[in-house]
Write a protein that binds this ligand. Structure first.
Ligand SMILES: NC(=O)c1ccc[n+]([C@@H]2O[C@H](COP(=O)([O-])OP(=O)(O)OC[C@H]3O[C@@H](n4cnc5c(N)ncnc54)[C@H](OP(=O)(O)O)[C@@H]3O)[C@@H](O)[C@H]2O)c1
Length: 321
């Protein structure tokens, strides 16, 4: 079906994509490898003009514009969230399974953030399998994903340590039930986590930073615990000392939502539907991390990108119109 998209977030994955550092390669309108018919078009594309191959954007929201012949799905005019490649344009085509109808009560500003971060937070936490009384350390502790994980973890009785580099994030994290750890030097993070866990260390760490912060988070994990790398905000390599693997037997792995969802799809449509319903209920129950910092017209994407990379921001920068 074709969706008229009117809102999309600027996520860290979009920044990686435009830098050519994402897991899938960007193919811009000027890409010599793009098919002839897709070179040099207006970045907004359109229902008759087509769209450039590899436009940025992995999610958005708007209204169903048209159904293809013989296809089923929500009728034209339905408000939807959409998970699709290239949502930074006015129209995207997506299969019905990638489109979630949203209620009139949900602003499209929120709906456009539904399909990536809430699912990521939920699956990151599910995969750790922590029980009541468990502990998890989050790097980039004030990110939208971290705040979602902390909220979900609290409902399961799991204690979250949220490492942040800026004092202004601390009060909101405390209100959200996480234990904020302001990282002056990365070296003291492990000491502070050990103190807070009676010398044990955290059961798990979810790292979206890499580099020195990710390395410090790895040192915070207890023997036999888990370390999950799911982001590369520092742009620096993650150093994994062999001692962590050999003597402390920390289980280290990566997480990538598209790959994780493909695995879930292989379990059948019921598993995907159940997760989607549960994530929808969590959003309705007040999942944090869906606030908006600023809106920019789609044409002003350069300003939006600049705003999205400003340190200390809370809330998403959106591209609208
Ligand atoms: N693997 C996956 O499938 C998947 C899916 C979704 C998201 N993610 C990843 O999850 C992470 C968070 O995404 P989001 O949308 O929640 O982010 P966000 O809301 O845009 O927040 C980004 C946060 O990262 C912090 N930050 C940025 N650079 C940092 C650095 N070098 N060191 C420490 N903190 C830093 C910022 O803190 P300051 O205020 O201090 O600047 C900010 O709080 C990203 O890495 C994203 O790529 C991965």
């Amino acid at each position: 079906m074709r969706v008229r998209v009117t809102a999309r977030p600027v996520n860290p994955s979009d920044l990686l994509f435009v830098q050519g550092r994402y897991g899938r390669r960007a193919r811009f309108a000027t890409d010599p490898e793009a098919p002839d018919g897709q070179r040099g078009r207006d970045a907004r594309g359109g229902p008759d003009g087509g769209a450039p191959a590899g436009a940025p954007g992995f999610e958005g929201a708007g209204v169903v514009d048209a159904l293809g012949p013989g296809t089923s799905g929500p009728p034209p005019g339905t408000r939807v969230a959409v998970a699709a490649d290239g949502t930074w344009r006015s129209y995207v085509c997506a299969p019905a399974a990638a489109v979630l109808p949203v209620s009139e009560r949900m602003p499209l500003d929120v709906a456009c953030q539904l399909t990536v971060n809430p699912f990521t937070a939920r699956l990151l936490l599910d995969d750790l399998g922590l029980r009541d009384g468990g502990t998890v350390l989050l790097t980039a502790g004030a990110s939208a994903v971290s705040r979602m994980v902390a909220w979900l973890a609290r409902r399961r009785g799991v204690r979250c340590f949220a490492a942040v580099r800026r004092a202004e994030h601390v009060p909101a994290l405390e209100r959200g039930g996480a234990v904020p750890l302001l990282t002056g030097t990365e070296n003291d993070l492990a000491d502070r986590v050990r103190q807070a866990t009676d010398g044990r260390g955290a059961d798990a760490a979810l790292d979206s930073v890499g580099g020195a912060v990710g390395g410090a988070a790895l040192r915070c994990v207890r023997p036999g615990g888990r370390f999950v790398s799911y982001g590369m905000l520092s742009g620096r390599p993650l150093s994994v000392p062999p001692e962590a693997l050999i003597f402390r037997r920390v289980r280290v792995r990566g997480f990538w939502l598209p790959e994780r969802l493909e695995r879930l799809e292989r379990q059948g449509t019921a598993a995907v539907r159940r997760l989607t319903d549960e994530v929808g209920a969590e959003v309705a129950a007040g999942l944090p991390g869906l606030e908006v910092a600023a809106r920019y017209d789609l044409d002003a994407y350069a300003l939006a990108l600049e705003h999205a990379t400003r340190p200390g921001r809370t809330g998403k920068v959106l591209l609208t119109g």
